[in-house]
Design a protein around this ligand. Structure first.
Ligand code: UDP
Ligand code: MG
Length: 158
C-alpha cells in the first residue's frame, strides 16, 4: 500500500537565511522521504493562484509579495500520515504559538514570514504537488506504489 504524501515549500526567508540544509535535515530525520524537490521561484500569478483561498484576507498582498521575493524549495514528501505529521513538525502558523522544537519555532520570524508551508489535507497536498511538479518531475510517482526500489532502478524504469 502506498504511504501518504504532503507538499511543502521552504519559503523565501528560509532560503535567504541559509536554512535549507537544516530544515531538510529535520524533515528527513523525522521520517519523511523526499519524492520530488526543486529550487524555484513563484511569479505573482503563481502566488495568487496558490493562495487563492486567502485572497480576501487582509494579509493577502503581503503574502504574495513575500512568497515571490526570492527562491523557494518546493518538495513532495512521503510518510505514513504525512499531512498531519508534517503539520505537527512545522508547528503553528504563528511561531510565537508554535511548540518547542518545531520548524517554525526554530526558524520562523513572524506569522507572515514563517519559514515553511505544509498542506492542510490529502486533497490539497495532491493539488499543490501538481501545481509545482509535472508528472515527469515527480520521478518516483508510480514506482513507490509497488515496491521499494533503489533510485537507480527507478531511473531505468522511466
Ligand atoms: N499569514 C499571514 N498572516 C496571517 C495568517 C497567515 O501573513 O494572519 C500567511 C502565512 O505566511 C501563512 C500563510 O499566510 O503561512 C497561509 O495561511 P494559513 O492560515 O493557511 O497558515 P498555514 O497553513 O501556512 O499554517
Ligand atoms: Mg494553510
Amino acid at each position: 500500500m502506498r504511504t501518504d504524501r504532503t507538499f511543502t515549500m521552504l519559503k523565501p526567508d528560509s532560503v535567504e537565511k541559509g536554512n535549507i540544509g537544516a530544515i531538510l535535515e529535520k524533515i528527513t530525520a523525522s521520517g519523511f522521504r523526499i519524492v520530488a524537490m526543486k529550487l524555484t521561484q513563484m511569479t505573482m500569478d503563481d502566488a495568487k493562484a496558490f493562495y487563492a483561498v486567502h485572497s480576501e484576507r487582509p494579509f493577502f498582498g503581503e503574502l504574495v509579495e513575500y512568497m515571490t521575493r526570492g527562491p523557494i524549495v518546493a518538495a513532495i514528501l512521503e510518510k505514513n500520515n504525512a499531512v498531519e505529521d508534517f503539520r505537527t513538525l512545522i508547528g503553528a502558523t504563528n511561531p510565537a504559538e508554535a511548540a518547542e522544537g518545531t520548524i517554525r519555532k526554530l526558524y520562523a520570524a513572524s506569522i507572515g514570514e514563517n519559514a515553511v508551508h505544509g498542506s492542510d489535507s490529502d486533497e490539497n497536498a495532491a493539488i499543490e504537488g501538481a501545481f509545482h511538479f509535472s508528472a515527469r518531475e515527480n520521478v518516483l510517482k508510480n514506482i513507490l506504489n509497488t515496491k521499494k526500489p533503489s533510485i537507480t532502478e527507478g531511473f531505468f524504469m522511466l
